[in-house]
Every structure is written in structure tokens, then in C-alpha cells.
Design a protein around this ligand. Structure first.
Ligand code: ATP
Ligand code: MG
Ligand code: FE
Length: 338
């Protein structure tokens, strides 16, 4: 099968062609980061306009690089939600138009299912599996009893981890998106500012990062008030150590309690070197099988959407042509029907 996938949920316009659910024939990603940088974050109206400008070119390029023609396609997949409504709509309208014109099935796809299934582009997933989703808008532990079955067992109660990274980066003087800057600084630092860990209730799989973020802001403000230079590297390291420790320990505990066979790291923050290193070491120690997508499939891309859509394609579970963008779609409701 050849699935053409489109992704426009936030600030990347992306199209990809996926063969048999796993082989990436093409993956074209156009990032709007440079446009949004000036505003310190993603501006929804600007994002939609940019998607409109790019989408046709990007999808033509994906088809061309895949070396196939539109008629060879088995289905058209698109991110249906969650995300920015105006941004999602651009992909949804393009996908519906193509599905109608070519008379091909349409597969509305969940963005976070996409992040999780980016791991399938590496190798087949073993179930039951546990996914640790760490992105710009989500921080979740997702239990997957079987393929295409999603159960969110823990989530952030306030900021997503990527959002916390971006806010901390801004406080210590780095532009949007700040995650990679904090990561680099944390690894280079030879000093550390000790910061609190947010464990919440002992049996909880939920997360909270706003307290940690406030602690960072306090340290920064105190330095400034005393007229001292802000030790950005030591703060970055303290912040990263706190985030990584909590994420790793909760993921390992969830793996054990649910008897999962494989841990799947995913989302933009899965690109974080500190997290990748610590999780890899901890999983080796615990004899836990760990999958992490290659860097290009951690942040938003359409290849991951094609990989997730394949679940529905295999089962013939298509989306009606009157599909709408679903800005707050839940992961559970996207599970495959048995
Ligand atoms: P969601 O997937 O929840 O809708 P999103 O699509 O905006 O959100 P992603 O593209 O998955 O988020 O991830 C972007 C986030 O990843 C940004 O917050 C960015 O700072 C963060 N990020 C990217 N690389 C790193 C890194 N090396 N360390 C920490 N954070 C990172
Ligand atoms: Mg993005
Ligand atoms: Fe994302």
C-alpha cells in the first residue's frame, strides 16, 4: 500500500508517502520556525496562512520524491487533531479534496498516535507497550494493550514538558523553540542549580512542570536583583536533571505495573539528548526494551502520520468525507475498532 500523509497541526507543513506502513518513500517538512521566532512562539493566524502558501508545493514534492503517481495511492491520511484549528483545517481540506478527486479512502489521524507510531518506522512494536509522549503540547504516559489501542494513564496537570523547556529557555535568554538550546547548555554545564522534583502523589502517573518553571524564574530574578550574571548553563542543567529524572522514573514504574514489553519514547522532546541518554541507561539497567525514533521523526512530520494511519488502512476503517478538524480530539476515541 502507498499512503500519502499530510500534517499541518502546528507550525510544520509536511507531506510524506509511506509504503506498507513502515517504509518512508518521501518525507518533506517545511518548518515555519523562522517566521514565528520574531513573536516568541507560534501565532495561529500566521501558521494557517503559511500552511496555505506551502501545502500544494509540499505535497507535489512528496509524490515526486516517492517516484509514484497520485493514482498509485491507496489512501490519503491527514492529521485531524489535536492542534490549532486553523492550521489543521488546511491539511484537512487538502486531504478531502484529494480523496474526492482521486476517489481514494480518507484516514483522519490523531497527531499523538502519529508521534507514537513514529517508532514503527524503526521496527515493529511489541505489545503490550507503554509510550512516553513528550512534546510541545503533551506530556503523557499511554498504555497500549495491543496495536492501535490507546489508554492515557497519566498526563500533565499544567504545562507540557516542551512548553516548560521553551519558557525556561526564554527566561535564560534563548529564542523559540528553546528546547534544543537548554539541552545543549545542560550537557555543557559544569555547575548545577539544584531544583525541586515534582513527583505528585506516590501512585500518580500525572506530571506537573509549572512549579519547576516558577522555581527557575525565581532563581533568574534573584540573580538579576542582586546584579549578578545569570548562570544559564547551571540553571539549564538543574532544570533538565529534574525533568529527566521524573520522566524516566514514572515511565519505568508504569512499565512494571502494566507489564509492558516495550517502552516507546516520542514527541519533539524525545530529541533531547539528556533524556535519551538517561532513559537508555535506565532501561538497560532494568532490562527494558526501548524504542526511540530517529531525530527527524521526533518533531512534527507527516511520515509518522502515515505510519499511524496504516493501522486504520489495514482494517478498512476509513473516515467519511465530511470529516472536520478536531482541535481537541482524544487519543482513546481514535483507537482502532476491534
Ligand atoms: P504536540 O505534538 O503536543 O501537538 P508540537 O507538535 O508543537 O506539540 P513537537 O513538534 O512534537 O510539539 O515538539 C516541539 C517541542 O519539542 C518544542 O517545545 C521544542 O522546544 C521541543 N524540543 C525539540 N528539541 C528538543 C530538545 N533537544 N530538548 C528539549 N526539547 C526539545
Ligand atoms: Mg512544531
Ligand atoms: Fe507534535
Amino acid at each position: 500500500s502507498y499512503i500519502l500523509a499530510l500534517e499541518t497541526s502546528c507550525d510544520e507543513t509536511s507531506a510524506a508517502v509511506i509504503k506498507n506502513g513502515r517504509e518512508v518513500l518521501s518525507s518533506v517538512i517545511s518548518s515555519q520556525i523562522e517566521t514565528h521566532k520574531a513573536f516568541g512562539g507560534v501565532v495561529p493566524e500566521v501558521a494557517s496562512r503559511k500552511h496555505v502558501e506551502k501545502i500544494t508545493l509540499i505535497l507535489e514534492q512528496a509524490i515526486q520524491e516517492a517516484g509514484i503517481s497520485l493514482n498509485d495511492l491507496s489512501a490519503i491520511a491527514v492529521t485531524e487533531g489535536p492542534g490549532l484549528v486553523g492550521a489543521l483545517l488546511v491539511g484537512v481540506v487538502a486531504a478531502k479534496t484529494l480523496a474526492m478527486a482521486l476517489d481514494k479512502p480518507l484516514i483522519g489521524t490523531h497527531h499523538i498516535a502519529g508521534h507514537i507510531y513514529a517508532n514503527r518506522l524503526v521496527q515493529e512494536i511489541e505489545y503490550p507497550a507503554m509510550a512516553l509522549v513528550v512534546s510541545g503540547g503533551h506530556t503523557e504516559l499511554v498504555y497500549m494493550k495491543a496495536e492501535g489501542q490507546f489508554q492515557v494513564i497519566g498526563r500533565t496537570r499544567d504545562d507540557a514538558v516542551g512548553e516548560a523547556y521553551d519558557k525556561v529557555a526564554r527566561a535564560i535568554g534563548f529564542p523559540y523553540p528553546g528546547g534544543p538550546h537548554v539541552d545543549r547548555l545542560a550537557i555543557e554545564a559544569d555547575e548545577v542549580v539544584e531544583l525541586p522534583r515534582s513527583w505528585l502523589e506516590p501512585d500518580s502517573y500525572d506530571f506537573s512542570f509549572s512549579g519547576l518553571k516558577s522555581a527557575v524564574l525565581n532563581v533568574v530574578n534573584q540573580s538579576k536583583m542582586r546584579g549578578e550574571t545569570v548562570n544559564a548553563a547551571a540553571i539549564a542543567r538543574g532544570f533538565q536533571e529534574s525533568v529527566v529524572e521524573v520522566l524516566v522514573e514514572k515511565a519505568i514504574r508504569a512499565m512494571k505495573e502494566y507489564g509492558a514489553r516495550q517502552l516507546l519514547l516520542c514527541g519533539g522532546v524525545a530529541a533531547n539528548k539528556g533524556l535519551r541518554t538517561a532513559l537508555t541507561a535506565r532501561c538497560e539497567q532494568e532490562n527494558v526494551s526501548l524504542l526511540i525514533p530517529p531525530l527527524t521523526y521526533c518533531t512534527d512530520n507527516a511520515a509518522m502520520i502515515g505510519a499511524a494511519a496504516y493501522l486504520k488502512w489495514e482494517r478498512g476503517q476509513f473516515t467519511p468525507l465530511d470529516m472536520k478538524a478536531e482541535p481537541s480530539m482524544s487519543l482513546e476515541e481514535w483507537s482502532v475498532r476491534e
